[in-house]
Design a protein around this ligand. Structure first.
Ligand code: NAP
Length: 380
């Protein structure tokens, strides 16, 4: 029986996870849910899935939630509530579907409590990959990827040895500005950037996909999850998003995992691993697709990808700084305080001002994260 806690159940991954769990009644059950402030959706989910506990991070929403929710449920609050909820002994699996650095502490706590982790919150591995992987090994916990690219690589690598791998090839749709000339980037609006061609996702990851920062974060995520050097993680633009990623082996053989783009598939595989189980959430019609195409990523028009590689090569606290500066810049763009082209400029300015700490402790990572947030905010 999978007894599941979904951190961030009201978001795009959270809602899709609940749909998957519903299809496996009797084998999977919802024990705990959480949101930041969307108590209307959380109350609907509680009435439908009957968890024991919920965590609401924005404590000011607790009384409104209690007034709205018509079934009994224990309510935890604040950032501490999100960390506390994963300790529930009835939980054996956690889906980390919160957005941003907020996922770090509850994920580490979940690992320390020996819960299996289905990891969607890539920022956790970007910020503290070395530490998180060490903790996972120490507690014998598997981190099962939910990101479609990492799920694809995980499937291609099944029972392979590290010395068989030549490189990982992460595919990228290219986002809404794949063919936009550099001279038009100045005019990009929030609405343009939120209009992703193939995936329907939360606002932050949709902007990250438009800047290609999402792919940069995924390069760092793949480096930690699969123990492959950053420079052997390659990005390949593939606009149809049918090939979710590939592994090239040392003999030149390449394996890929394919399917129509729908996050229910990698979520389901993370929950049914190591088996592929019915029902199918997707169908793929190759005749109708006609062709699959590929391009190199353009790091001049999309400097966020270059910055992510630079942060990954530098290591230490640099990836945490990259991530924090990006979170602040994306938020400012969504609030119409800065232009699209200023997102990478802000991140680069913050990275240039940062003094690295190699092999940082959790406290040093949290300090670097806060420093980068303050510095980027002041620059804005
Ligand atoms: N969406 C995808 O297809 C996709 C694919 C691969 C990986 N991912 C990764 O999965 C994660 C979630 O993405 P998403 O698209 O599902 O995001 P989303 O739709 O924006 O949902 C985010 C969830 O996190 C909660 N949340 C927001 N800020 C929080 C905070 N400070 N503390 C605690 N909870 C907070 C939200 O609660 P409220 O609803 O109350 O705001 C919501 O439940 C991200 O790390 C993303 O990179 C997403």
């Amino acid at each position: 029986m999978k007894r599941v806690c979904i951190l961030g159940s009201t978001g795009s991954i959270g809602v899709n996870s609940l749909k998957v769990i519903k299809q496996f009644e009797g084998e999977m059950e919802v024990v705990a849910l959480s949101c930041y402030q969307n108590i209307t959706k959380l109350a609907e989910q509680v009435e439908k899935y009957r968890p024991q506990q919920v965590a609401i991070v924005d404590s000011s929403k607790i009384s409104a939630f209690k007034a709205r929710c018509r079934v009994p449920v224990e309510v935890l609050s604040g950032v501490d509530g999100l960390v506390e909820i994963v300790k529930n002994p009835d939980i054996n699996t956690i889906i980390t579907a919160v957005v941003g650095a907020a996922g770090l502490l509850p994920t580490i706590r979940g690992i320390q409590e020996s819960k299996n982790i289905a990891i969607a919150n890539k920022e956790t591995l970007v910020i503290a990959g070395e530490l998180v992987m060490q903790e996972a090994r120490r507690h014998g916990v598997s981190l099962l990827p939910v990101d479609s690219e990492h799920s694809a690589i995980h499937q291609c690598l099944h029972h392979r040895q590290p010395d068989e791998i030549q490189k990982l090839i992460l595919t990228a749709s290219g986002g809404p500005f794949r063919t936009l000339p550099a001279t038009d980037f100045e005019k990009i609006t929030v609405e343009d950037a939120l209009n992703h061609p193939t995936w329907n996702m939360g606002a932050k990851i949709t902007i990250d996909s438009a800047t290609l920062m999402n792919k940069g974060l995924e390069v760092i995520e793949a480096h930690w999850l699969f123990g492959v050097d950053v420079d052997r993680v390659e990005v390949l633009v593939h606009p149809q998003s049918i090939i979710h990623s590939m592994v090239e082996f040392v003999d030149g053989s390449i394996m890929a995992q394919l399917g129509s783009p729908d996050m229910k598939l990698p979520i389901q595989y993370a929950l049914t691993y190591p088996y592929h189980r019915a029902p199918a959430s997707i169908t793929t019609d190759f005749v109708q697709l006609g062709q699959l195409t590929f391009e190199a990523p353009d790091m001049d028009r999309f400097p966020c990808l270059r910055l992510a590689y630079e942060a990954a090569r530098a290591g230490g606290t640099f990836p945490a700084v990259l991530n924090a500066a990006n979170e602040i810049a994306v938020n400012a763009f969504l609030n119409r305080q800065i232009r699209f082209i200023e997102i990478p400029q802000l991140i680069e300015t913050t990275m240039k001002a940062h003094q690295n700490h190699a092999h940082p402790t959790l406290a040093e990572i949290l300090h670097a994260d806060q420093w980068a947030r303050d510095f980027t905010q002041q620059t804005i």
